[in-house]
Design a protein around this ligand. Sequence first.
Ligand SMILES: Cc1ncc(COP(=O)(O)O)c(C=O)c1O
Length: 411
Amino acid sequence: MRKLAINGGEPVRAPRNPWPTWPVCTERAVELVTEVVRSGVWSYDGPKEWEFARQFADFSGLRYALTVANGTVAIQLALEALGIGAYDEVIVPGLTWQATAAACLEVNAVPVLVDIDPETYCLDVAAAEAAITSRTRAIIVVHLYGAMADMDAVIRLARSNNLSLIEDCAHQHGSQWRGQGVGGLGDVGAFSLQQSKVLTSGEGGINTTNDWDLFQKLYSLRNCGRPFQDGAPTLQSGNYRATEMQAALLLAQMEQMADWVAVREQNARRVDACLESIMGLRPMLRHEGVTRQSYYCYSFRYDEALWGGVPVAKFREAFAAETGLAVGSTYEPLNNCSLYKPHTKPRYRISEAHWAAIDPGGYRLPAAAHAYAKEGVVIWQPFLLAGQKDIDDIVNALQKISQNRDELPSA
Ligand SMILES: Cc1ncc(COP(=O)(O)O)c(C=O)c1O
């Protein structure tokens, strides 16, 4: 009799045993949103927006935070605050959500795609260095899923080449490198607050910085160019503000944020330890500089050759069948991504040279392609808030699949 659930065997986890859901609805959130509704202050720099900004900055060990419309806008405003515009080149990792590169297009800059480090799925620092030209103005590092690039090397590279450093922190509210919160390791941080993220107001974003001048620029850019302080010069910009209702939802979550980050990290490390013991599975590398790791997703690496040619898709299916989790692959690499199509937007044709430069098709991203097609296993974060027994189910499922790997068909 075959044992794996994918082959009709009994699953490790009973199908009716649900995983934690997300977002979490608390009475505190209802109370704070109700307060806002009754207050008549629904937007425009309300007290809860400033209170949230202060709390988030404190939580991350940063000087300044500002709520904005969403995470994509947060990257765009970071670029604009740093003075990056037409024809400037911005180095972007080739494996990320399309918004990282799309935000560069919005300011008429050229996203230069570079490959990833297979150990972390984050920016490959050597590849970034090789991509620097006289037009390069900035690097965007993405703290992807639940791993970080070698941030010492990234910071060194940016500084030694006089480049601005933007952190795309959409996935990692609360991560720390050598005790410093992400969003403060470079010049400007950009966070997403979209519904699936570890801190969420449905939609929304945050910009962070430790620099007073950049903070004032970011404030103006999000608010139609109005100055932060009376009498200061105005800027050209639009409305990228968030609302007071969003701030109320966020404030309610801030009360649990540190605990949630800690529980996810503790559970992820248990799964890491299990993966270490199974041939052909590997956790992502945790650099010694990581002092707190936040997880938007839990990702790990599968080695098809060590599984006798069983395709990663079959492994993912088997894992999903045992646990009831949705188990997916990584993002599509940006040189061949169904949602990254710069040439479908005529307004990006500011010159023929620029139009050619923003074509993603010419980049070679072998490590990203391998992660996507052959290796990456990615699970969205809510399961990491589950209890010890639930995490045992994950560990038992991985061990069971490994012990019965001969039941899985090779390609
Ligand atoms: C890595 C990354 N960057 C940027 C964004 C953009 O954030 P938003 O959806 O809030 O615009 C996302 C959102 O999914 C993301 O995953």
